[in-house]
Design a protein around this ligand. Structure first.
Ligand code: NAP
Length: 481
């Protein structure tokens, strides 16, 4: 049991209209490293979820006209509180998600940064003024908050996926109902109490946890008081939700799955590529939508790259994320761990050679990192989002073929390009069918940058200058001046 180590500021109820509501039914949150129960939390019914819609709808009347400066200051306070209690946030992430402490702390700081970035953006929402080309009218454009936003987040970044939505929504003047993933609700509840202490008025942020995601979400999305859906999760669930939002022609922002290619082109500095691969593959133990999923390595470098990558992976210490000495924590659940092992088994039956780089603890949802050689493009590991510390390596001889293979997927979130220099890297990056490309580096995410995918990896962008526009409606006034 890890319950004793939970920060005392962790709520366990539903946040509705400024009140932490205890529910009759409860949900258990499991520590994937010890398999013990961390906490029992609220399990919202459809009725309770609709109460949250009512609270958010009522609060919108005043929050939407609260001066931007005031909203900005509240967000800035949320950043300050979060940073001053950052260990608590990282503790919750490490305990309920299982990731290594370094990754948990990295996520906590990244999550807090969204409050700072959007506190700065809140007071910079622009309008426009111009004359029509034939001067028969003036074109004035304005932005207004879209209304009540429903947000659904996944388990792999329990803090950052919540703040990447809440911060721009609040900055824009929207109110929110947040539904975190069943595996990792505690961090989101903790973020809720940070926002309360920062001065967010009652009803502006509501958080519901539930074991009935399907019916609860369907009821919320059918409610005419809800104006937009912001979803992060799998492409499968995203498509399901898009069908529901189509019924009401609801504005939908979708941050979905990935299948990132990692190209190591002829002439690349292999040490630099391995350093990048360790970040792109191993951040979050590989459970990231941005995780490098398939490595395409030029035939002249493949032996050196594979050997050095294997050596780097063998140096990782595996164990509970909460123990700061460990580099690789647990997967989020035994079920997720077993899905990854199954993919490795399928790859082996297709003729690939999977080699574990070290040994994982037996108890808990742990898995060793694997290098998989002799992988063919089009085989299981190149087609599925692995979401774990498994690196399939495909050898290529022709650069154009490698680019074709990299783009040969329905996903298009991020690509990694390692080349002899940045000029060559950018030339190749322009040919990648992905919303983001990291060139000669293993990470791209930044609160100030537009995060999002092409193709079936999503719709819209979060963060950067674009993020706030997911929560704003553009309005045009035609006037004779
Ligand atoms: P998931 O199974 O799609 O679940 C995501 C969220 O959707 C959870 O809160 C889940 O709630 C909820 N959900 C599931 N079924 C639902 C339904 N029928 N109606 C409404 N909500 C429903 O994804 P995951 O396994 O948590 O996360 C991993 C996926 O997220 C990966 O594909 C990853 O690539 C993607 N992801 C994308 C980004 C990005 O920015 N593009 C970032 C992070 C992760 P329950 O937990 O209660 O089922």
């Amino acid at each position: 049991m890890s319950a004793a180590t939970l920060p005392t500021t962790t709520p366990n109820g539903l946040l509705i209209g400024g009140v932490w509501l205890q529910t009759a039914d409860k949900l258990d949150v499991i520590d994937p490293a010890s398999l013990g129960t961390l906490a029992s939390i609220g399990n919202a019914t459809v009725d309770e979820a609709l109460q949250a819609v009512g609270a958010a709808h009522e609060a919108f009347t005043t929050w939407s006209v609260t001066p931007a400066r005031q909203r900005a200051e509240i967000l800035r306070r949320a950043f300050d509180i979060m940073m001053s209690e950052i260990d608590d946030c990282a503790t919750l992430i490490a305990l309920e998600n299982g990731k290594a402490w370094r990754d948990a702390m990295g996520e906590a700081v990244y999550a807090a940064e969204f409050f700072r970035w959007f506190s700065e953006e809140a007071s910079r929402i622009e309008g426009g003024f111009r004359y029509a080309p034939n001067r028969d009218k003036t074109i004035i454009t304005d932005h207004r908050p879209i209304g009540v936003a429903y947000m659904i987040t996944p388990w792999n970044f329990p803090a950052a996926m919540a703040t990447r939505k809440l911060a721009p929504a609040l900055a824009a003047g929207c109110t929110a109902i947040l539904k975190p993933a069943g595996e990792t609700p505690l961090t989101a509840l903790w973020v809720g109490q940070v926002l309360e202490r920062a001065g967010v008025p009652a009803g502006v942020v509501n958080i519901i946890t539930t074991s009935k995601s399907g019916p609860v979400s369907e009821a919320i999305l059918s409610d005419p008081r809800v104006a937009t859906l912001s979803f992060t999760g799998s492409t499968y669930v995203g498509k399901l939700l898009l069908k529901q939002t189509a019924e009401r022609v609801l504005v939908s922002s979708m941050e979905l799955g990935g299948n990132a290619p990692f190209l190591v082109l002829e002439g690349t500095d292999v040490d630099k590529a391995v350093e990048g691969a360790m970040v792109a593959k191993m951040r979050n133990g590989g459970s990231a939508c941005t995780a490098a999923n398939r490595f395409y390595v030029h035939e002249s470098l493949v032996e050196e790259f594979s050997t050095k990558f294997h050596t780097a992976l063998s140096g990782l210490k595996i164990g509970p994320g909460i123990d700061q000495a460990n580099d690789l924590g647990a997967m989020v659940s035994i079920k997720e761990r077993d899905k990854i092992l199954e993919l490795i088994g399928e790859a082996e039956s297709e003729g690939a050679a999977a080699v574990a780089a070290s040994t994982a603890p037996v108890d808990g949802a742990f898995i060793a990192p694997y290098i998989v050689r002799d992988v063919k493009h089009g085989s299981t590991l190149t087609k599925n989002e692995i979401f774990g510390p498994v690196a399939p390596i495909v050898t290529f001889s022709d650069q154009d073929d490698a680019i074709k293979m990299a783009n040969d997927t329905e996903y298009g979130l991020i690509s990694y390009v390692f080349a002899k220099d940045n000029g060559e890297g950018i030339k190749v990056a322009r040919q990648m069918e992905s919303g983001m490309v990291a060139i000669n580096r293993g990470i791209a995410s930044d609160p100030a940058a537009p995060f999002g995918g092409m193709k079936e990896s999503g719709l819209g962008r979060e963060g950067g200058f674009a993020g706030i526009h997911e929560f704003l409606e553009k309005q045009y006034f035609a006037v004779d001046l």
